[in-house]
Design a protein around this ligand. Structure first.
Ligand code: ADP
Length: 425
């Protein structure tokens, strides 16, 4: 074919059109039918008796057929061709084409295929199939028809078709790999959820007993032992919070969490959640203020989930504020939303960590040197709980000065929040 005027004859126009068609259908067909269409196109374009596509086995020693003429497919699909003792194997290994006009004179000729399908091979033109340097297999055209021999033009056509074959084989492998990874991922996810469900159940029962008995004992023992029981109770509650957060996070991820919507007063909710924190704040000499703006603060939502989000923010504010510090809770009403801010003048968060604090297991302090206990789950749980309501949560902070965590909730359930940016404060 003359590259300067390759559309100079009806044959060449047909050839180019056919190759373009094969290129176009590359993404449209499954691997098997597509490769079969390639070998029949090769037979037609090169005018030869047969063509086939072979791929190397995983162990690299043998090649197997991916496509061959329909009449031989049933037999050839299970025939193996040795890489080190065949012409296609040589082409594959050396990543070079080979044109053999008389195979009987070639010591690499492998008789096994002809025997299997009762066929006689005279001549072959074979090109490698490779993708970005990765050897995949070979494309072979067999027995040029009539008196003629395989030409250089035939090799060009074969190389073009081989590049289509390479792309479709790699594409199919990638799809299979992606599906397998997805299956493994789902299995691992299920195992993780089972593990979390079983462990948290097994931990919760003895923990409930410890808390129950410790609380009972605290009320009846002499005053001088009470502080020891307070330590037991405080740490048992801390363990319970960790277990609850892990379970909540997993339930939300696996879709097991649903909302029990009813109308709730945010003011009552906040006051209720604050009660158990008063003692802790007092012990650390931290003052807590609840600041309410004008509004009725009635929200359609799931009380327990909003309480969890708010209590996780409040727990952090007290935890990360030094003795003598202040924590303010501010409830405000916008036209369609309420906002709740938990503001402290504690240790603050470095600006490089701030964008990550809502990620699961993220902690600013290194787990080796940190002073504050925790799993890095409280904020991610709060985020999930608020976003389930169509709300938003965000943090502003200055290291050494303090933090402001705010969440915004729509007043009506099902109302999608159009507020993407934190309202300027
Ligand atoms: P943890 O359970 O470890 O507290 P969180 O998800 O609640 O995990 O918080 C993640 C990290 O964000 C914390 O470890 C802490 O470093 C930082 N953080 C959260 N709230 C505050 C706050 N009010 N002040 C300073 N740092 C905070």
């Amino acid at each position: 074919m003359n590259p300067d005027n390759y559309l100079d004859s009806p044959e060449n126009i047909h050839l180019v059109t056919r190759l373009l068609e094969l290129g176009k259908s590359l993404c449209g067909l499954e691997l098997g039918p597509y490769l079969t269409s390639l070998v029949s196109a090769v037979t037609e374009l090169i005018v030869c008796e047969a063509a086939s596509i072979l791929e190397v086995d995983d162990d690299g020693d043998q090649l197997h057929f991916l496509a061959a003429p329909q009449i031989h497919w049933e037999v050839l699909k299970s025939v193996k061709v040795p890489v080190r003792a065949s012409i296609v194997g040589w082409v594959f290994q050396n990543d070079q084409p080979a044109v053999i006009q008389n195979v009987k004179e070639d010591p690499r000729y492998f008789k096994g295929i002809d025997k299997a399908i009762n066929f006689t091979t005279h001549s072959m033109s074979v090109v490698p199939i490779a993708f970005h340097g990765e050897k995949i297999g070979a494309l072979a055209a067999v027995n040029k028809m009539g008196e003629s021999q395989f030409t250089e033009n035939d090799s060009v056509i074969l190389e073009t078709v081989a590049s289509y074959a390479a792309i479709s084989i790699m594409d199919s492998h990638l799809k299979t790999d992606a599906q397998e990874s997805q299956t493994i991922l789902s299995q691992l996810n299920r195992m993780k959820s089972d593990f979390i469900a079983i462990t948290s159940h097994e931990l919760r029962t003895p923990l409930g007993l410890i808390l129950g008995h410790a609380t009972f004992l605290r009320d009846i023992i002499p005053d001088n032992y009470r502080s020891q029981l307070d330590i037991i109770i405080r740490n048992a509650v801390r363990l319970k919070n960790i277990i609850d957060n892990i379970t909540r996070m997993d339930n939300a991820q696996t879709g097991l969490t649903s909302l029990q919507i009813r109308q709730i007063s945010m003011q009552t909710l906040i006051e209720g959640v604050m009660i158990p924190f008063h003692d802790e704040a007092q012990q650390k000499n931290i003052s807590m203020h609840f600041d309410i703006g004008p509004g009725d603060f009635l929200v359609e939502g799931d009380e327990s989930k909003i309480s969890i989000a708010f209590s996780n923010l409040l727990r952090n504010a007290i935890k990360f504020t030094n003795p003598g510090g202040h924590v303010a809770i501010v409830l405000a009403q916008l036209p369609d939303y309420v906002t709740v801010s938990v503001i402290d003048d504690g240790i603050g968060i470095p600006s490089k960590d701030l964008p990550h604090v809502f990620e699961r297991f993220y902690q600013v302090e290194s787990h080796l040197t940190r002073e504050h206990a925790g799993m890095g789950l409280g904020l991610s749980v709060a985020k999930v709980m608020i976003e389930m309501h169509g709300g938003r949560i965000w943090a502003e902070s200055t290291e050494g000065k303090g933090s402001n965590f705010t969440f915004l909730l729509p007043l009506k359930s099902g109302q999608i929040s159009s507020v993407n940016q934190p309202p300027s404060s």
